[in-house]
Write a protein that binds this ligand. Structure first.
Ligand code: ADP
Length: 225
């Protein structure tokens, strides 16, 4: 039985509508992601995958269509409620790690938990566990600048999962890494996603990585096919 965690229904988005520099990016994007399902989105550069992930992740709003997260329609919610839903239910990983440089790897995973009201000791224990599970527990006290690119992305994955979101959205999460490192980081990400039963939408150019997910969709002419 299908149990969708994230549903996009008829999403459309145009930048600068009516102006000379109008860009119609998404026309009619629909997608239903089941609990525990990992979906690959393949898109050439400029096709609108960042726009799509931002709308799915409640960072941006669509001109038309609905985003339904955990059964709740997010359309028309106030900014405050959207932000609340995003913080509680969505984890993001980008091509660049975006870790806070002045904090250790562990602290980068602790901070979002503290913001969500978790106690310091519980947040630290959870952060350590996540780091161990992606193979960088021994790097917990290093700042991001002292980590390799692959280690930085492993920490960024842990941070995205720190508050037990419903959905992980990843935009080329291994796009900056060399092929061997990319493979290992992707394997660590998938292991964590599978063992937590998380759903994920992962944009990638890498067809080999896409083949390791449950389903592959292509973003073409403003629609997912
Ligand atoms: P992708 O992530 O697939 O490379 P994007 O979603 O970033 O694509 O962008 C899709 C198209 O929308 C591009 O042509 C881009 O130039 C345009 N675009 C993205 N953001 C904006 C914006 N804020 N204003 C105007 N055009 C934008």
């Amino acid at each position: 039985m299908s149990d969708p965690v994230l549903v996009l229904d008829g999403i459309a988005k145009t930048y600068n509508p009516g102006a000379v520099n109008e860009v119609k990016v998404l026309d009619d994007v629909s997608l239903s992601v089941d609990r525990g399902e990992v979906v690959a989105v393949i898109a050439p550069s400029g096709a609108g995958k960042s726009t799509l992930l931002h709308i799915a992740g409640l960072l941006d709003t669509a001109d038309a269509g609905r985003v339904i997260l955990g059964g709740e329609d997010m359309t028309g919610l106030s900014d405050r409620r959207r932000t609340g839903a995003r913080r509680a239910d969505i984890g993001f990983v980008y091509q660049f790690h975006h870790l806070l440089p002045e904090f250790s790897a562990l602290e980068n995973i602790v901070l979002p938990q503290l913001a969500a009201g978790v106690s310091d000791s519980a947040a630290r224990a959870h952060a350590r566990d996540l780091l161990d599970r992606v193979g960088v527990g021994h790097r917990a006290d290093h700042r991001p600048g002292a980590l390799s690119g692959g280690e930085q992305q492993r920490v960024a994955v842990c941070r995205a999962l720190a508050n037990q979101p419903k959905v992980l959205l990843a935009d080329e999460p291994t796009g900056n890494l060399d092929p061997g490192t990319s493979d290992a980081v992707f394997a660590a990400l998938m292991e964590l996603v599978r063992t937590t039963g998380l759903s994920a939408v992962i944009a990638t150019h890498n067809l080999e990585l896409a083949a390791r997910m449950d389903r592959t969709l292509r973003l073409k002419d403003g629609a997912l096919v």
